[in-house]
Ligand binder design. Structure first.
Ligand code: IPM
Ligand code: MG
Length: 354
């Protein structure tokens, strides 16, 4: 098949990790007889430096006419003094909103080879951990009105959700749970927040249409605790933008390293935005020690969800698994007896196994 992929390497380690993921996708194309074309655009700080804004209209238009978008990471100290509405992160948020990718899939699995990197006690992770965090991505407090009083001593951020926004996200969650282990946990703060009460009512109403899915409701504070105490209880978790941001970083710690975590952001069609869940790691940028596996695994999600190439996606995931089996580790996942490799070599090792 032919596919047009836009790449947005972004800032600091972004270009290093994106390069490795592209290398892997090019190998997939060669091996399986596809033709992928890659076109690179600036996002975040890179776009601020080049055009004065974190996302240009041209870049957004290119993303919206591509088959899929692969992103590295944005932000960093270089742009800390930029006004809030022009920060690199603002470019990413505008991109998510502009592409209308409201459903953010953040899978959390413990690679058995990395069990040692998991900070939880072995008995807590003795049962398989395979959680799909489905985070709403284009609403919530991320996109509400903000204000600061004239004397700068008071600030507000509005949290808002509509029934329609919750419903379209929840339906994806129910459908996913049906294809997985049949369990859906909806996470909110309905004992305090009106948005959460609307969220919970909506999920409750929909649940009648999915009798085969076992639904539970959890307050976010308890969910944060349960993830650590008993992660094996979760199958699909659905939650709002802010809670999902927090819980997915927590799940990354469980999986061993933020560097391993991919994500897919989808809307109504197949076009999607794929990015690792970690940030731009300014402290290690340019030293060829970043872990590219989160981005490479995001590439696998791109193959599966936007291009419908499941076999190819599995080939990438298997290759990553085999590299770990063979004992290769970037510094963030290194443990004794393994072989330490850099970002470029890690990408090459995965490529060689496809
Ligand atoms: C993430 C990140 C972003 C978010 C930042 C960079 C705006 O933390 O993708 O989880 O909060 O969504
Ligand atoms: Mg985050």
């Amino acid at each position: 098949m032919e596919a047009r992929i836009v790449t947005l390497p972004g800032d600091y380690i972004g270009p290093e990790i994106t390069r490795e993921a592209v290398k892997v996708l090019m190998r997939v194309a060669e091996k399986f007889g596809h033709s992928f074309t890659f076109k690179e655009y600036a996002l975040g700080g890179a776009s601020i430096d080049a055009y004065g804004v974190p996302l240009t209209e041209e870049t957004l238009a290119a993303c919206n006419s591509a088959d899929a978008v692969l992103m590295g990471s944005v932000g960093g100290p270089k742009w800390d003094k930029v006004p809030a509405d022009k920060r690199p992160e603002k470019g990413l948020l505008a991109l998510r909103k502009g592409m209308q990718v409201y459903a953010n899939l953040r899978p959390c699995r413990i690679h058995p080879q990395l069990a040692e990197a998991c900070p939880l006690r072995p008995d807590i992770i003795s049962e398989p951990i395979d959680i799909m965090i489905l985070r709403e991505l284009t609403g919530d407090i991320y996109f509400g009105r903000r204000s600061r009083s004239e004397d700068r001593t008071r600030a507000t951020d509005e949290m808002a959700y509509s029934v329609a926004e919750v419903e379209r996200l929840a339906r994806i969650g129910f459908e996913m749970a049906k294809k997985r282990r049949g369990r859906l946990c909806s996470v909110d703060k309905a004992n305090v927040l009106e948005c959460s009460r609307l969220w919970r009512e909506t999920v409750q109403r929909l649940s009648a249409e999915y009798p085969e899915v076992d639904v539970s409701y959890m307050y976010v504070d308890n969910a944060a605790m349960q993830l650590i105490l008993h992660p094996g209880q979760f199958d699909v978790m659905i939650t709002g933008n802010l809670f999902g941001d927090i819980l997915s970083d927590e799940s990354a710690a469980i999986a061993g390293s933020l560097g391993m975590m991919p994500s897919a952001s989808l809307g109504d069609g197949t076009r999607g935005l794929y990015e690792p869940i970690h940030g731009s790691a300014p402290d290690i940028a340019g030293r060829d020690i970043a872990n590219p596996l989160g981005t490479i695994l995001s590439g696998a999600l791109l193959l599966r969800h936007s291009l419908g190439l499941n076999e190819e996606a599995v080939a990438v995931e298997t290759a990553v698994s085999r590299v770990l089996d063979d004992g290769f580790r970037t510094p963030d996942i290194y443990s004794e007896g393994c072989r330490k490799v850099g970002c470029t070599e890690m990408g090459t090792l995965v490529t060689e196994r496809i």
